[in-house]
Design a protein around this ligand. Sequence first.
Ligand SMILES: *[C@@H]1O[C@H](CO)[C@@H](O)[C@H](O)[C@H]1NC(C)=O
Ligand SMILES: *[C@@H]1O[C@H](CO)[C@@H](O)[C@H](O)[C@H]1NC(C)=O
Ligand SMILES: *[C@@H]1O[C@H](CO)[C@@H](O)[C@H](O)[C@H]1NC(C)=O
Ligand SMILES: CC(=O)N[C@H]1CO[C@H](CO)[C@@H](O)[C@@H]1O
Length: 410
Amino acid sequence: MAIQYSCRLAMEIVLALCILVLLNSSASSAARLLVNKEQVRRRHLVENGLGETPPMGWSSWNHFGCDVNESLVRETADAMVSTGLAALGYQYINLDDCWAELNRDSEGNMVPKASTFPSGIKALADYVHNKGLKLGIYSDAGNQTCSKRMPGSLGREEQDAKTFASWGIDYLKYDNCENLGISVKQRYPPMSEALSKTGRPIFLSMCVWGWEDPAIWGKTVGNSWRTTRDIVDNWNSMTSIADSNDRWASYAGPGGWNDPDMLEVGNGGMSTEEYRSHFSIWALAKAPLLVGCDIRAMDDTTHELISNAEVIAVNQDKLGIQGKKVKSNNDLEVWAGPLSGNKIAVVLWNRSSSNATVTASWSDLGLEPGTTVDARDLWEHSTQSSVSGEISANLDSHACKMYVLTPNNS
Ligand SMILES: *[C@@H]1O[C@H](CO)[C@@H](O)[C@H](O)[C@H]1NC(C)=O
Ligand SMILES: *[C@@H]1O[C@H](CO)[C@@H](O)[C@H](O)[C@H]1NC(C)=O
Ligand SMILES: *[C@@H]1O[C@H](CO)[C@@H](O)[C@H](O)[C@H]1NC(C)=O
Ligand SMILES: CC(=O)N[C@H]1CO[C@H](CO)[C@@H](O)[C@@H]1O
């Protein structure tokens, strides 16, 4: 393995040098800068071709915990299509913990829990695929999963990866419980290699809780890595996770994403404005957008929040650069990041406990002082033309505004 990796690295360096030489002779310095960045960003891509943009879908955990079964999964797949979410890009239907029997069969294979998944996982994958969606599953880089109700895959990576591939699985969330104190960096690569050996492209979501700074090395192993502990459905948890994840912004990119955990929108623990902020910041930060509520029974407000196509477009922008906090002043915050086509995504966020005006000046956003922009308000769906110097909004406590700025004459 080590030899294969270093050969690959050497080949990529040669390739990058060739491209550099070519560019030096022809392209402008701006274009050169862009392509160089792209080379560096792609060098460590785990080679399954997945996660060019952050994954979108649903996961059973935040709302249902261990109370999962095959009818829930089928009904959720139905709802994904009937509510229009699938058409907006939500494609993964991800089963979390508790789908398997506690014990492996006599050949050491994981077995779907007979009482809750009597038709088996292959049949479920077929059902989900027939809807045009993808099926995700869950295991753990330890000897059991976090619920302790099913086995983990540590030491059984090849066997389990083969099982998942034979069922038609498209995504694996790989958790970090019961890990016997072994380093994350030792426990995750074997599953990555096992998945790639199956020949089936399976998105690897490394649920490593931020251990051993996964942003730094994660791209060689998986398509996303958790930067934080689990989210809880409240304001303090959501905001502190947003802040921890923000530290690692520069490491994310196509093929490998920082993961601040799944969405809580629609689960009832936050106000509408808090959920709007949650969804806006996750979208801006290029986080996986994995809905964690019961989409079979969501209310209109939840549907409106998670189906905002303009906010989703920021998350799925092909440039794939994670937006970050660019100004913070007594709970007054400005988060921003570049988008393709020279555009800029901006969130103005009042995290204090009362009403106030939040302002982003052009210098906060890296815009020249004389620049004018068209400012698209992604939640109001309205555009202000020729805005100059700064953009500001009066915001209720915990509320945000999200804009895409398009500089004029650029
Ligand atoms: C399946 O799970 C859902 C969600 O927990 C539950 O409401 C439903 O009763 C379960 N169905 C069966 C057949 O167990
Ligand atoms: C997991 O490892 C722990 C510590 O060695 C051990 O106590 C436990 O029995 C193991 N569980 C399984 C299912 O192997
Ligand atoms: C905040 O200020 C705006 C604009 O002045 C106003 O419309 C809104 O009602 C205020 N909200 C609160 C909670 O005071
Ligand atoms: C971001 C921002 O402007 N936050 C403000 C929210 O409201 C309080 C009270 O008016 C201000 O003190 C904060 O600065």
